[in-house]
Design a protein around this ligand. Structure first.
Ligand code: DGY
Length: 322
């Protein structure tokens, strides 16, 4: 009996794929740091029973049309805005993501960005590297307090809740806005539900953790920036398009907000001439929310387990929508 065929869109460590290789013939795109080109992916999809994909690939109608044998596409990310769920559903293709395993690492990074933005860490590090440090001064690179301030979290899923947990340690007041109340998170973290307008008007730090969906796309635009305090910092660890980038640039130009910590952008990767990088008030990172070695390995492992589960009839551990 021939084994099912699985195509993996990055070079992954062999031990990650060991288990999967028992149940399938596994082929990997040979590069770790370069995304598979579309033509290759379409070609490989034609015979694939399973695909292990990254957020850099579009799993859309065209691809699904070309993949008659496809049973599962395991996206190695918690977000799956790169996948057309409806088209997958029509064809009975299971889509899985990698929740939970990346929650803590991503929440750590949200807090790191918050701290970096508040305390001007990137600016300070660049200052010393440029050899500009001549003497100590009382207000040299003075930032803003974090302790005791109000954090507004937009999107209270697993990552939002983990960010709220960290805020507790900083004695912050936490407000959150979400599609629905999350009473157990309120109990655990002391966070309180707020309407979006109230959160924006009150928060010293607005942290976006909501996934990118048709409902959240562009949910922070010029009207929202107008509501924010001019001393507030915006932190985005979700997806770039949740924020209207032009409006963010304007808000920074007109000093409607004090700063932004951004791990994600509208169109990634951005280049060094991107308008947002021209602001000293912007701390920018190249989409590394979940990038610890351990977490990335766990994500790979979970994606592989999802494919293994579907191909051996057990089902996926973390199908989307479960
Ligand atoms: C995700 O998982 O969606 C992150 O953005 C990448 O780790």
């Amino acid at each position: 009996m021939t084994k099912p065929y699985v195509y993996v869109t990055r070079k992954l460590p062999e031990d990650t794929l060991k288990e999967l290789s028992k149940a399938a013939d596994v082929e990997c795109w040979p590069y770790e740091d370069r995304a598979v080109d579309r033509e290759t992916l379409l070609k490989k999809a034609e015979k694939a029973d399973g695909l292990l994909t990254m957020l850099s690939e579009q799993i859309d109608k065209e691809l699904l049309d070309r993949a008659p044998n496809l049973k599962i596409c395991a996206n190695m990310a918690v977000g799956y805005d790169n996948v057309d769920l409806q088209e997958a559903d029509k064809r009975g293709v299971v889509i899985s993501n990698t929740p939970d395993v990346l929650t803590e690492a991503t929440a750590d990074l949200a807090f790191a960005l918050l701290m970096a933005s508040a305390r001007r860490l990137t600016e300070a590090s660049e200052y010393i590297k440029r050899d500009e440090w001549r003497e100590w001064a009382p207000f040299l690179l003075a930032g803003t307090e974090v302790h005791g301030k109000t954090l507004g979290i937009i999107g209270m899923g697993r990552i939002g809740a983990a960010v709220a947990g960290r805020a507790k340690g900083f004695n912050m007041r936490v407000l959150y806005h979400n599609r629905s109340r999350r009473e157990h998170v309120e109990k655990e973290t002391g966070a309180s539900y707020a309407e979006k307008a109230e959160l924006l008007e009150t928060a010293d730090f607005v942290c976006v953790t909501a996934p990118l969906t048709p409902e959240t796309k562009g949910m922070i635009g010029s009207e929202e920036f107008k509501k924010m305090k001019d001393s507030a910092h915006l932190i985005n660890i979700s997806r770039g398009p949740v924020i209207q980038e032009e409006a963010l640039i304007k808000a920074l130009q007109t000093k409607q907000i004090a700063g932004a910590g951004l791990d994600v952008f509208d169109r990634e990767p951005i280049r060094s001439d991107h308008p947002l990088l021209q602001f000293k008030e912007v701390t920018a990172l190249p989409h590394i929310g979940s990038a610890t070695v351990q977490t990335r390995r766990d994500m790979m492992q979970l994606a592989a387990a999802n494919i293994h589960g579907v191909l051996t009839g057990r089902g996926a551990e973390t199908p989307v929508g479960s």
